[in-house]
Design a protein around this ligand. Structure first.
Ligand SMILES: [Zn+2]
Ligand SMILES: [Zn+2]
Length: 490
């Protein structure tokens, strides 16, 4: 288990240490508490509540919440938000595939060891933010905090080195980090992760960076720019780390507590310290790009040449180190204008040693990850519009038992014909059904009554223009298709 992972183990069938939330059922009569595994939970007539133990730690008092609130740091993505999500995901799929990247899924959880080995001990993700648990078989697992380690694991496991290289993949899905919830940051959040494996060429760094740029440009983001740095490789980085440590050695009294720790476990991280007192020290720190070996220097210079050639604006950012152990050579972010400031919408880089740290052969790779919540937040802030999702077109209403049965057949036929048809439930009055049709926003309401069934005709009420048409039963589908503009096969 990672250091700092809070272990509040409920006495359940599997011990759970995924954070610090325990669920209790409060018996309002006896005041007894049952834990998650308690028999009492299954009994009826209990009042349920949740004790937010994080709040106990923070404020020293229990804040009881209703059971039906989502866990801290998670959110429901309600139907009203879905147009943004569907649109953004559709654009991601289209653009990634335009560059020849193939969709792929990896499990939501993996062996914990691949993150400890791959992402690295001493990183915030592994030490503080990972959701770790033992399953019932005693295996140590972790909810994925990011995708790259899982994708590289899959590349090795499925022998993708025999495919034409580079192997270009992308994933979209949830990732999990136990961090302080704030705007655009959730403990379950969604990411797109784009990865290119098996090739060392700096032109591939450029391609991956271009995928990110293309996605944000397509979504209409303004003020885009690359932030770029090279943090070297296992050959040259130790030399730089040594120089950095000795520089910081002269400023020991001036730096924050976190930076003392970082100097021990992950020295490059001192460069992205946010503490005010550390800023002057960071500003004067030596640059990693001045300590690159010949190979790393050439790689970086070539990439910069390609960016110049393409006319992409970039800023050399010597403070950019990214928080993960697996990065080598290129690290980058894309910044966009948001809430009056420039903010990173994605981060990535090269990870040439990751496959080896998982016990595989040498497989160079480069990729980036980007949070969908952040993308959508930026889109909204920049006033981006998204198309509406398809809405119902027709409501079938009925009066009486026989027409109701007929309505169930008709609604089925309409759906087969590609018309988004609804029917009403609960045997409400015709007036109530039409009111519902109006609220649903359909264009037409079909009215089935005993009289209509006998005469072989149905009444169709135009919900937009008003007025009513009598249509022969056998041609109702064609009539609706013609009036709704529904084509065959849609
Ligand atoms: Zn190097
Ligand atoms: Zn600091």
């Amino acid at each position: 288990m990672g250091k700092g992972t809070v272990a509040k183990v409920c006495r359940g069938p599997a011990s759970i240490d995924v954070g610090s939330l325990c669920v209790h059922a409060v018996d309002s009569d006896a005041g007894l508490r049952y834990n998650r595994s308690g028999e009492g939970l299954r009994q009826a007539r209990k009042r349920f509540s949740v004790v937010d133990e994080e709040s106990v730690e923070e404020h020293g008092q229990a804040r009881e919440e209703l059971l039906y609130t989502a866990p801290r740091g998670t959110q429901d993505i309600l139907p009203g938000e879905q147009p943004y999500w569907q649109y953004v995901e559709e654009r991601i799929h289209t653009i990634a595939q335009l560059y020849g990247y193939q969709p792929m899924d990896v499990p939501v959880f993996e062996r914990m060891a691949i993150y400890v080995q791959g992402v690295g001990q001493g990183t915030d993700i592994v030490d503080r933010e990972m959701y770790c648990f033992r399953d019932r078989g005693g295996e140590e697992l972790a909810l994925r905090p990011e995708f790259t380690a899982g994708v590289v694991r899959a590349y090795l496991e499925h022998g993708m080195h025999v495919l034409p290289q580079p192997v270009k993949l992308y994933c979209v899905g949830p990732a999990f980090r136990y961090e302080r919830p704030q705007a655009g940051r959730y403990r379950q959040h969604y990411q797109v992760s784009v990865e290119a494996l098996g090739e060392q060429d700096p032109a591939l760094d450029l391609e991956v960076m271009s995928v990110a740029w293309h996605i944000y440009d397509d979504l209409g983001f303004r003020g885009l720019s690359f932030q770029l740095n090279s943090i070297g490789c296992p050959r040259c980085r130790p030399g730089y780390a040594h120089v950095l440590r000795s520089y910081y050695g002269h400023h020991r009294g001036e730096i924050c507590q976190d930076c003392h720790r970082r100097l021990e476990v992950n020295p490059l991280r001192v460069l992205d310290c946010k503490a005010t007192r550390c800023q002057p020290i960071v500003a004067g720190a030596p640059h990693s790009s001045d300590f690159l070996c010949e190979e790393c220097r050439e790689h970086f210079a070539t990439l910069l040449g390609y960016l110049d050639h393409l006319g992409r604006p970039y800023t050399l950012n010597h403070r950019l180190v990214r928080g993960l152990d697996y990065y080598t050579k290129t690290v980058f972010e894309v910044w966009a204008e948001e809430i009056g400031a420039q903010n990173a919408v994605c981060g990535g880089g090269r990870y040439d040693t990751l496959a080896e740290s998982l016990g595989g052969p040498h497989v160079p790779g480069v990729g980036f990850g980007s949070g969908l919540e952040r993308i959508i937040l930026t889109m909204k802030w920049q006033g981006g519009q998204v198309p509406h999702l398809p809405e119902p077109q027709v409501m079938i209403t009925y009066v009486g038992a026989e027409p109701k049965a007929a309505s169930l057949t008709l609604v089925n036929e309409l759906r087969v014909a590609g018309i988004r048809a609804q029917t009403s439930f609960g045997d409400r009055s015709l007036r109530a059904q039409l009111r519902q049709a109006d609220r649903t926003g359909v264009a037409y309401a079909v009215i089935l009554g005993e009289e209509e069934l006998r005469s072989g005709q149905v009444a169709v009420k135009d919900m937009i223009a008003g007025g009513q048409h009598l249509v022969p039963s056998e041609s109702i589908i064609d009539w609706l298709k013609a009036h709704l503009g529904v084509n065959e096969g849609t």
